[in-house]
Design a protein around this ligand. Sequence first.
Ligand code: MF3
Ligand code: CO
Ligand code: CO
Length: 324
Amino acid sequence: MRGLPKANDLCWCGSGQKFKRCHKASSDPVRPGRVTPLRPVPDEIAKPMWADGSEVARWDEPAVKSADIIERMRRTGREAADLLTYLGTLIKPGVTTEEIDAACHERAIAVGAYPSPLGYPGGRNPFPKSLCTSVNEVICHGIPDDRQLKDGDIVNCDVTLFREGVHGDTNATFFVGSIDELSDRLVRVTRECTRKGIEAARPGNLINDIGRAIQRHAESNGFGVVRDFVGHGIGEQFHTDLQICHYYHPGLDIPIEEGMTFTIEPMITVGSYRAHMWSDHWTAVTADRGRTAQFEHTVLITADGAEILTTPTDPTLHPYWTLA
Ligand code: MF3
Ligand code: CO
Ligand code: CO
């Protein structure tokens, strides 16, 4: 399907209901807002190479990490998770995504970390903010701006920190005020998809078992799995060349080995999984403007499973652990 169906058209989901009574997206789509200038990062914070406008140098980072790197990733991962948990406490109607960005930027620096998205190359211009905020039909890479969160919105905050020479990448979708039933189910199922993906991430399995588990759960609930954005190897580099598809991809018949670190970050949609890009070359929205949600963790493969490196100090305050 291209574009948005009319209110009285039959819904694309096959329910036989009118679109307006079924999967209709929010009555006012998210639109680009005003973006403030780049925030500086003090000299004493150690920075990734893109902080000064350099290209991202890519190298062949081993997928299996040393004990030393793992220790550093544990600390950076927990710091990212604590920051994400804190940002969740700020979310309420009337707050702008710009204010969430300011809080993220300030707290990252306060704990001696660089907010990895800031200045990250891609699109046409480097990413201009310190985290991604993706509202309603925005799949990922939303740029914080002056849009106020509204009662009934869902917003994903994606935090990545760089500290001790390694990255920790994690996100969660938060409710703003009270939520319609479909959005509520979407967010819960997305969180379950992430959990099932993490459960499939263990030695003896293949990388494509992760996507298989996620896709099965999403589709059995009538939801779609985004193809255009995937999880990734992570460590000294933000994104290594290891790709973690969230759908079954036969080519990813790569054994999962103890010591690997990567992200699992399924983006799940109520309707079409197809993505469109805004003209800012960052913001990805669903082609049908239906809502979408995401949860992300950085995981370490252990002898018998996956350790979530982005576990906060107090998980009882974090939706991944508290959503029923
Ligand atoms: N955190 C995102 C991920 O999960 C990447 C954001 S890159 C940015 O991979 F430049 F958009 F911030
Ligand atoms: Co990621
Ligand atoms: Co992320």
